[in-house]
Design a protein around this ligand. Structure first.
Ligand code: DGY
Length: 323
């Protein structure tokens, strides 16, 4: 029997690419250049499996194919708002993601951003590198103490809870959260997390607000000018979820006006483009979507896609089916 034809849209960790070569008739993207929508659409007709990642836009236009050869899209990443899952269902394509394996590293990065923004680490580094540091003095680059503060989590799923564990266990922070879905009491108990009934309550009470909800239409610009005004002027906003959850222009206006103290952002609407107004904010820490970017996690994500493909081609339900 011939091996399934698999297309991988970007470079993956070497070990995973090697295994894919062993198991499948695989086409790798050696040049690591993003694929166009037209090429992705064609791939759905030519391959049994297509493995996109979070930076590939797989929208209704791409998925508007009749009788695609592709029956599974093994997406590399936990978020899947880049894929129109309804259109995938209509086209008869199963979609899987890679949950769990990146929760630790993404939570670590949320804490990195919290500390960088609160302690002005980006500003400090820029000052040192520019040769502008004139020495220690009591009033120099004063930041905000996070230890003992209130850590507000919007979206208390796996990554949100891991971030809460770090904030609570590492920095003695009180955890409050909002999640539209019920959270098992034993999971909230891990950090003595207190539920709030609305996003607004979390925004008003938290010293740090960390975003962990999915992207896509349902949470588009959830953090807007009105909601930013509810936050404390001393508060920090952290986004490791999806860029579109935050209205970037409203955020930069809030950062400039002192409506909030700082922000730590790893994700951006329309990335890799970044709203230029954010570059004008010294009190914004900007990272290039590094949440899951560690060797072991990026490999684990690849293995998880592989596991899903193997189950699918063996006629079993893939573990991480999302559509
Ligand atoms: C994801 O997996 O959704 C992250 O944004 C990239 O690791």
């Amino acid at each position: 029997m011939s091996k399934p034809k698999v297309l991988v849209t970007r470079r993956w960790p070497e070990a995973v690419e090697a295994k894919l070569k062993e198991l499948y008739d695989v086409t790798l993207n050696e040049s690591d250049t993003p694929m166009t929508g037209a090429a992705m659409r064609q791939a759905l007709l030519d391959y049994d499996a297509v493995c996109p990642t979070v930076s590939d836009k797989v929208d209704a236009a791409v998925l508007d194919v009749t009788n695609p050869r592709c029956k599974i899209m093994g997406s590399y990443g936990v978020g899947y708002s880049h894929i129109d899952t309804e259109a995938a269902k209509k086209a008869g394509i199963v979609v899987t993601n890679t949950p769990e394996v990146l929760s630790d590293c993404t939570a670590d990065l949320a804490i990195t951003l919290m500390l960088m923004a609160a302690r002005r680490a980006g500003e400090g580094e820029r000052e040192v590198r520019a040769g502008q540091w004139t020495g220690w003095r009591p009033t120099h680059m004063i930041g905000t103490k996070v230890s003992g503060g209130v850590f507000g989590v919007l979206g208390f799923g796996r990554i949100g809870r891991e971030a809460a564990k770090r904030a609570h266990g590492g920095f003695g922070m009180k955890v409050i959260y909002f999640d539209p879905f019920p959270v098992k009491p034993e999971l909230a108990a891990e950090t003595k997390a207190e539920k709030r009934d609305t996003i607004e309550e979390v925004l008003r009470e938290a010293d740090v607000v960390s975003l962990h909800m999915p992207g896509g239409k349902e949470n588009y610009h959830l953090i807007n000018a009105e909601r930013l005004k509810l936050m404390k002027p001393t508060a920090i906003l952290v986004n490791t979820a999806r860029g579109e959850v935050v209205d970037a222009k409203a955020l930069s206006a809030a950062l400039k006006a002192g409506t909030i103290k700082g922000a730590g952002l790893d994700v951006f609407e329309g990335e890799p483009k970044i709203d230029p107004s954010l570059f004008e904010c010294e009190n914004a820490v900007l990272l290039p979507h590094l949440g899951s970017a560690t060797q072991s996690t990026r490999e684990a994500m690849g293995w998880r896609v592989l596991e899903n493909l193997q189950a699918f081609f063996a006629g079993q339900p893939p573990r991480d089916r999302v559509a």
